[in-house]
Ligand binder design. Structure first.
Ligand SMILES: *Cc1c(COP(=O)(O)O)cnc(C)c1O
Length: 380
């Protein structure tokens, strides 16, 4: 009689247990910004580009009003939220797709257009989620070099091959804070084959105060192969709810709506998002706060002898000397001990720098004071 106990035996393939698809085990899991310092005292988390203003009070109220509806499935097409976004930006709501953070949308786009043997292009210091999404889809990541920590259109176009299916451009980019003027984005688009999807990740678009910048809505509206992604995690202060959206050609929205989870956005997130996008006063206050402190911090840090990459986002890339006791790693330890949590960016190929999110006044002044001590103090 056969034993009822199953014993491991090799399958026809020779494998003794489930094995992930090629590419999955090449992924280095995304490491979020630290949130604690491990000690006592007040912590200032300046490591994840969250807004110091928090969300709109109206968004908090809309979220809270959902407390008695948690047993019900959400409305699966996110129509109220899509209508609110469409009204704010003058868009066709049918071409908007919402997701659990723009991270989910980046993954859905890749899953829909990239498979084994296909290539996806992104830039040297580009957002790490692109590599993860491409590998997860079984595709091959291709890195285009940057120039002066800025995306280089010619290098991106040179990286495109007949196998390229998708190109990701974070504009502005995280963690560098640099951006491409719209003329350059249009030149990139003009140089791509029509069957390559250009994804413009505009997570920080609201913060940019430059006349030559555009998030790319116009390009999406007038072409068949451009998508723009946006998030509620940054200026809208809803990172914990996981909410993002994209604007796409109708045929791309159709593909995404076939593969996304039927209830990929929660009701509280949709309600809070719709309220947040309508509260233009709150967004204006966040922009004004960022404008003032971004330039103040840039000036103050440069006055300490640090190099700061010019940023149009809500964060700064700060470069430290390659000198014993004053490296980025030393600075990180020094600041963390004082409750100031910045972001190490070694994984972005920037081991000599830290990324600093613009915080509230107290945090910004503490960072400058601590770094003055760090740069001035005798060490070794
Ligand atoms: C923060 C960020 C996002 C947003 O991610 P969510 O999943 O929406 O929170 C997307 N792209 C870049 C470049 C970012 O820095």
């Amino acid at each position: 009689m056969a034993s009822p106990v199953q014993t491991a035996s090799a399958s026809a393939s020779g494998r003794t247990r489930p094995v992930p698809r090629p590419g999955v085990m090449d992924i280095h899991a995304y490491v979020p910004g630290k949130s604690g310092a491990g000690g006592a005292g007040k912590i200032h988390k300046l490591s994840s580009n969250e807004t110091p203003l928090g969300p709109s009070p109206q968004a908090i109220a809309a979220y809270a009003a959902f407390g008695d509806k948690l047993a019900l499935y959400p409305e699966g097409s996110a129509s109220v939220l899509r209508e609110a976004i469409a009204a704010r930006y003058g868009l066709d709501p049918a071409r908007i797709v919402c997701g659990a953070g723009s991270d989910e949308l980046l993954s859905l786009l890749t899953a829909a257009y990239v498979g084994p043997g296909d290539e996806g292009v992104f830039t040297e210091h580009g957002f790490l989620v692109y590599r993860i999404a491409i590998l997860a889809a079984g595709g091959t990541p291709v890195v285009a070099p940057e120039r002066n920590l800025t995306a280089d259109v010619d290098a991106i176009l040179a990286a495109v091959t007949p196998r390229t299916r998708i190109v990701f451009l974070a504009n502005p980019n995280n963690p560098t804070g640099t951006y491409l003027p719209f003329e350059e984005v249009k030149r990139l688009h003009a140089g791509l084959p029509p069957d390559v999807l250009l994804v413009l990740d505009a997570a920080y678009a609201e913060y940019v105060r430059r006349n030559d910048y555009s998030s790319g809505i116009e390009l999406v509206a007038t072409s068949d192969n451009v998508v723009m992604t946006r998030t509620f995690s940054k200026i809208h202060g809803l990172a914990n709810l996981r909410l993002g959206w994209l604007y796409a050609p109708a045929h791309v929205a159709d593909a995404l709506n076939r593969i996304r989870g039927p209830f990929n956005v929660s009701g509280p997130a949709m309600a809070a998002g719709a309220a947040a996008i309508a509260d233009e006063g709150h967004v204006a206050r966040a922009i004004a706060h960022n404008d003032a402190w971004l330039s103040w911090l840039t000036r103050e840090l440069e006055a300490l002898g640090l190099t700061v990459t010019p940023s149009v986002g809500n964060f700064l890339l700060v470069h430290f000397p390659d000198a014993a006791g004053r490296t980025a790693r030393d600075a990180d330890a020094f600041l963390t001990a004082r409750g100031l949590i910045l972001r190490r960016v070694d994984a972005y190929g920037l081991p000599g720098a830290l990324r600093l999110t613009i915080g509230d006044e107290e945090a910004n002044r503490l960072v400058v004071a601590a770094l003055a001590e760090f740069m001035g103090g005798s060490r070794g």
